[in-house]
Design a protein around this ligand. Structure first.
Ligand SMILES: [Zn+2]
Length: 210
């Protein structure tokens, strides 16, 4: 039997969640019996294992001495220098430097550049665009045409950043994920499905440096 932490509440269905450390949390309605929950967890065993393996692979690919930047993982090296430098597979960081602050300012610079480019290309302009710290999504667009983009997009390849920007811009005309919406996205980025897949596989980047 797979071990899990059980949280009972007034919810109506059973929810299974794998935390980033691989542990399992099951949320269940108060009335349901323990053996029923066990049975449901057992049924999901293959999916749970698959998820855990993906987490382990992600951890192995992102050791704590590295920083992802524009889709590439750089090994961090502290040095007696004035400014951050990228060389080969290394990122040289001045001693005592606030790396997160640098990542955020890079995000701000690159995302606003790409936003300007694509807004003009598709002729859709947000009223407001700003960086967010959200850990649940890469981007969002409100009915008031206000676009939020996660600063953690700086971890993603440029093609993925472009996809998220185009996705949110297209919400200005389609406030849903209808066929018409996806057609619009595809008309700008014919290979957007690749980028969407990348985001799914790398969803944990949304949770880094929190
Ligand atoms: Zn959307």
């Amino acid at each position: 039997m797979i071990a899990y932490k059980l949280i009972r509440s007034n919810r109506k269905s059973v929810g299974i969640r794998i935390e980033t450390d691989g542990s399992l949390v099951v949320r269940a309605p108060k009335g349901i019996e323990r053996f029923e929950i066990d049975k449901m967890v057992k049924k999901q065993e293959a999916w749970i294992e698959e998820k855990r393996a993906a987490f382990r692979a992600f951890d192995a690919a992102h050791p704590s001495n590295t920083i992802p930047y524009l889709g590439k993982n750089y090994i961090t090296v502290e040095q007696d220098i004035d400014d951050i430098e990228l060389k080969g597979d290394r990122i040289f960081i001045p001693k005592g430097y606030d790396t997160i602050c640098w990542l955020k300012s890079e995000a701000s610079r690159i995302l606003s550049e790409r936003m300007k480019y694509y807004a003009t290309a598709v002729n859709l302009f947000p009223k407001r665009a700003k960086l967010s710290n959200a850990r649940s999504k890469w981007g969002s667009c409100s009915s008031k045409r206000s676009i939020n983009l996660s600063w953690r997009l700086i971890f993603c390849p440029l093609s993925v950043i472009d996809y998220v920007i185009v996705h949110e811009l297209c919400h200005i005309v389609h406030m849903n994920h209808s066929a018409a919406f996806w057609e619009k996205v595809e008309s700008v980025l014919p290979k957007y499905k690749q980028e969407r897949e990348w985001l799914k596989e790398n969803a944990r980047l949304l949770d880094m440096y929190s």
